[in-house]
Design a protein around this ligand. Structure first.
Ligand SMILES: [Zn+2]
Length: 133
């Protein structure tokens, strides 16, 4: 396990800082994600680390930018250290989907594939259990 995990996980409230997945219903610890990837010069500084679920960390990979599907604009993806989640995303509790309400939010939902069938099925259960959002 990443030695920085305990500190990052507590700060995140044990939720993925991108999709808000609740870690407590997973059988493996979430990952310490580099907001600016190491491959692009990112460091282990506190302001460059976020807690990410496996799906978000895998899909985010080394991205820092994405395309807003509404207008094709190339924008930065959500930065958990600089942005407020509620300003970029909304949850539709009926469909259990996430929607971006800004260019950054829409690009992040798209890049991180936050509404795959598996994501939506899991999110529906988190909502049912009162663990989401
Ligand atoms: Zn996630």
């Amino acid at each position: 396990m990443n030695p920085l995990y305990p500190k990052v996980a507590v700060r995140a409230g044990n939720c993925c800082e991108y999709c808000r997945a609740p870690e407590e219903v997973f059988n493996f610890s979430f990952e310490v994600e580099h907001i600016t990837p190491r491959s692009l010069g990112g460091t282990d500084a506190d302001n460059n680390l976020a807690l990410g679920c496996r799906a978000c960390n895998l899909y985010k990979s080394n991205r820092v930018r994405g395309i807003d599907p509404n207008n094709g604009e190339d924008v930065r993806v959500f930065n958990p250290r600089e942005d407020h989640w509620e300003e970029h995303f909304v949850v539709d509790a009926e469909s259990a989907t996430l929607a971006g309400i800004t260019s950054t939010g829409r690009a992040t939902v798209s890049c991180l594939e936050m509404n795959t069938t598996a994501q939506v099925k899991a999110r529906r259960q988190w909502i049912r259990l009162g663990l989401f959002p």
